[in-house]
Write a protein that binds this ligand. Sequence first.
Ligand SMILES: [Zn+2]
Length: 303
Amino acid sequence: MAEELPFRKEIDFAYGVPSELMPGIRRIVANNPSPFTYKGTNTYLLGQGSALALIDPGPTNDVHFDAIMKTAGDARITHVLITHTHRDHTDGLERVLTATGAKTCGFGRVAIDRGTKRTSPSGSEFVDRDFKPDVVLTDGARFEGDGFALTALHTPGHAPDHLCFALEGTSILFSGDHVMAWNTSVVAPPEGNMRDYMASLEKLLDRNDNVYFPGHGGRALQPQRLVKAYMLHRRMREQSILECIRQDKTTISDIVPVVYRDLDPRLVGAASLSIAAHVEHLVARGLVISEGPVTNPTRLSAA
Ligand SMILES: [Zn+2]
């Protein structure tokens, strides 16, 4: 099925150099490009006063860390806000905290199986651990910075602890990995949940944001259109998967090459997980029967 999504790939940046997107919003792109992170993870520095807040410290990377500290200059980073605890957003956290003494702010998470190695949606491994922010931001919570304020929106789907941040008095939303302009978000179990993701997209449709500043890639303009396109895209994909199962493509491994043609081999794992997320959502609604936990070889049938 041909699906044309209005991706916007351009982003004007250089690694290690801050870009001022608006007065009081500076972005630094980390040098961790990949098929999952695009050019790299975006770190945002907010504020123009003597106290700054940072959104997502990004990966462990000397150039990135130095750029953050240099950009802050004489101002102090007092708070680090976390959109979600995936490694590409939080590996650099400890170092920033040590250097600044900042407080952490986020939704927080409890490890499912503390201390064990788990696979992230991008296929990389991480050690499952708790994240207990100093300032817990639940849905609708307000964060007051020096000369600005943010409202947290709980938007699970890509990750259970995912937050977007709306900048008060503007139409700007920091959208994390929930909605990005360069590509769709990876929704892969066990981290990802398709029902939550669709509900979190719906949540953004009720808003009047004009621009999203995402976790990867450049800004998203006319974001409501993008959100609608992403919802349609997922509904069409779900339909294709259901069609496959009806036509006796009875495992995820059978479905992947039908739904994703000419797939980059590096993305087969993520594609399989994405289909698993859709299948779980279909099973939950009684449209598909799975003979066991939804994994690649599990037999599926239409209900
Ligand atoms: Zn990310």
